[in-house]
Write a protein that binds this ligand. Sequence first.
Ligand SMILES: NC(=O)c1ccc[n+]([C@@H]2O[C@H](COP(=O)([O-])OP(=O)(O)OC[C@H]3O[C@@H](n4cnc5c(N)ncnc54)[C@H](O)[C@@H]3O)[C@@H](O)[C@H]2O)c1
Ligand SMILES: [Fe+2]
Length: 370
Amino acid sequence: MKLLQLKTTLHQFDDCADFAKEFDIGAEDLILTNEFIYQPHFGALGLGADVLYQEKYGAGEPSDEMAEAIHANMKGNYRRIIAIGGGTVIDLAKIFALKNVLPVADLFDRKLDIVKDKGLVLVPTTCGTGSEVTNISILELKDRHVKLGLAVDELYADAAVLIPRLAEGLPFRFFAASSIDALIHAVESSVSPKANVYTKLFGHRAVRMIVAGYREIAEKGPEARLPLLGDFLVASNFAGAAFGNAGAGAVHAMSYPLGGKYHVAHGEANYALFNKVFERYLAQKRDGAIAEIGTVLADALACDLVDAFRDLEKLLAEILVRKPLREYGVTREDLRIFTDNVMTRQGRLMANNFVPLDTADVMAIYEELY
Ligand SMILES: NC(=O)c1ccc[n+]([C@@H]2O[C@H](COP(=O)([O-])OP(=O)(O)OC[C@H]3O[C@@H](n4cnc5c(N)ncnc54)[C@H](O)[C@@H]3O)[C@@H](O)[C@H]2O)c1
Ligand SMILES: [Fe+2]
């Protein structure tokens, strides 16, 4: 049984110019980014690379349509693809390191030969998806109204680069959603049947770092996140290493239809599902990996083990308001359709659940959260 694979070299810089110099960024590179991140940090450096701004190709999280529109503007034979942005930019960039990309739906249906023919450098600017160290790209397939993941080793980056300064301009609500996503990566992967002593090393540490950061922010206010951004980037990277190997589970599986149909930000969609999925796990089994992560949480929250998930929920409520599903526009009819999608299309994730969840469980969780 494979325990842990990390294929990506990790780097950290204080300064963007040092990154550009050490990576010798130049004319043979394509940089996919956002103008409002690139211009203040890299604009004056005159790097000579081709630069495409993701926001010019559509709003919100990434889709096959967005990927195809960007691909049409790629000039050709790049040596490397460099992504500087959140999970949206990174997940798009990952597939551009492949030789065969079009049509993107065929790529995701595994009908195309998967060949990596370019270098891939990923610089996350949210706190975050951990996508810089995973082999997954997640896109919405527009005509199916659903988010799907493509997980193949050709999507591993050659290098992941952490530059905390880049996350300083990240608005609090995106900081909140992306770091809750990282927390959920760490917690879900720690109770996956594929979790092991190595993945838990990363996952448990990520939980400690994120909870400690949230307690500081809850006490001192949103600005308290700024000196902690380096910790959050590392924690999100650790959580990526954990879930990239042990997998995410039902929280992610159940959030994809919500994100796909109602365009709820990924981290926020996960947050909407998180507590009830874990309540359902705990109702069936309280020992084993869920008690281990509960102990980590209790320690980080300075509470008793029995209160760990409840106190986590209270702390998260200080960071982001959790909404019932109907406030996103979800209808009762959707609940059945979402459940069907989870049970038929999200098997990759549902295989990682702490205890098996069947159709009735999934439907009941959606109903409780409606
Ligand atoms: N491949 C993986 O392993 C993996 C894991 C988790 C999530 N994801 C995917 O990642 C996506 C979500 O990514 P995300 O949470 O990083 O959000 P995001 O990339 O969608 O960014 C959220 C918003 O913040 C803006 N932004 C990003 N960085 C900024 C900065 N430094 N300053 C100012 N604004 C900034 C973006 O333009 C966007 O408007 C989803 O599509 C999700 O499915 C992928
Ligand atoms: Fe996620």
